[in-house]
Every structure is written in C-alpha cells, then in structure tokens.
Design a protein around this ligand. Sequence first.
Ligand SMILES: [Fe+2]
Length: 289
Amino acid sequence: MINLYVNKVIPDQEFRSLIYSGALILYSKLATNADFCDYAKKCVLNEFGDDIDPRLIHVRLPIDEFVKKVAALKAEFTNSIQSKAHIRDFLIEIGQDPKDYFLDVPRIRVVPDYDYLHAGVSYAYLPHRDTWYGAADCQINTWMPIFPISADQTMMLNPYYFDRPVKNTSGDWDLKNWVMNERPAAKQHIAAENRPHPLSLEQIRQETELRVAGESGDMIVFSGAHLHGTVRNNSGQVRFSIDFRIYHCEDLLSRRGARNQDGSAKNIEFGYRDLFRASDFEPYSGVIK
Ligand SMILES: [Fe+2]
C-alpha cells in the first residue's frame, strides 16, 4: 500500500520518514513552484523565441538545431543561482530548514514527441530507480511540469515495486564514469542511445503505473528508490519539466533512507561532489570535513 498526501504540511522528521516509507506527496498550490516555473518559462522563451508556442518548437527546428538549443537551455537553467534559490525557497515553504539539506542542481527536461527524438539531451528514461544510478538511499525526488501536460506525455511512477526487488544491471553502473565521461557526452548521442544505462532485467508491469498529469507547477515528491521513468511521448508536443533532488544532511551521513531493494551501483560517494548546501549553496565538499 502506498499513501498519497496532497498539500499537507508535514513536520520535518515525519516528512522524511514518510518519503522513505514510499509515500508520495503532491503539492499543487506552492507559490515557490509557480515562481520557479515562471523562471523556467523565461529561460525557455529566451532560447527558443516567443513567436511560437515552445511546445511546438520541434515542428520548426531540424534535430541538430533543437539539440543545440536544448543543451544551451539546460546549461543556463541548471547552473544559475536563481535555480538554486528557488529550491531553497521551496524547502522553506514546505516547512523544512534549508540549512539541514543538500541539493543537487535542478534539471530542466525537454522531451519532444518520441518519433522526433528520444535520445541524448532528450533521453527517454526506461523504468529505473535512481539508486540504480548510484543515488543515496535518502534521496528525495521532486518533479513538476512547466506547462500543463496530459497523461501521454508525463512521467510514470510504479509504486508496486517500491518494496519488491527487480533484477537489474546496476552492478555495471559506475557513478564516477558517468559523471566524468558519459554525462558530458549527451550531445553526441542524438540519433541513438548507446550509453550503458542501468536497466531492469525483468518485464515491468504497466498496469501498476501511476501517471501524474497536472498543471504548471503541480509537483510530485517521492523517494528516489521508487521505480519511475519517462512515458513515451506520443502527444505531438514537447514536454518541459523541472526536477531536482534534496538530501537531509544527517541522513546522508548516517546512510538513513529508503530500503535499498536491489541497487548495487559503484562509487556512490562520487555523486556527493555535485551537491550544494541548500541554505547558502556551499559545495558539499566545503561543508563536510
Ligand atoms: Fe530517475
């Protein structure tokens, strides 16, 4: 059984415990999320221009130009101070203390219609747990669409597998290699996806999928140990979304978190280098001695 909480104010420790137990939280009314989406829209319009609905931009652009623009958009969005500040403000609005959390830089995902492009900068993630990619057990994921979306262009969670192991290839996954070599090469993988992502070795049930299709800024929060993935986008429109991850300092250091069912990625600690303290954006390595 998985519980879904909607717009509920949950005290600090309980918030994390619920997430680690598999609970999902939906926030549909946060002012900070509305602001974050407004900021993201500005970044999108800066890159693609404002003379066409950005959700239809792929109709106009050749793939190589699309890829170039998406890469520039991602770099600007991910590395800006404003993006980190929006995460700090989100934590405050939901009643958490940013001093207690680390954040991973936020990502903007640009998923065009599947037949146009589904690799490289627009990689369509097959069902996975983030722990297969080396995420800490205490990783808390957030995800929200920037424009309203439908169920055929969203992300999926598959709560059925939260407490059921799935045979997978995460033992071949080396986080150090991904950060140093594979991730920077995303732009080169335009037509096909040859990078070795961790994958399920079992057939995943589709009938237990949960697909959240909301309005701009409607955010789902869930443990990184939940099985999730990209829904094949057959909508004819580009899906723009924001996701970011937060980690409670104590839980990161004490290795508390969701139960690791089946992940065995290597060099997990290498991922900590990407983290910043949510209150002042100090790099992880500068905070933890
Ligand atoms: Fe993921």
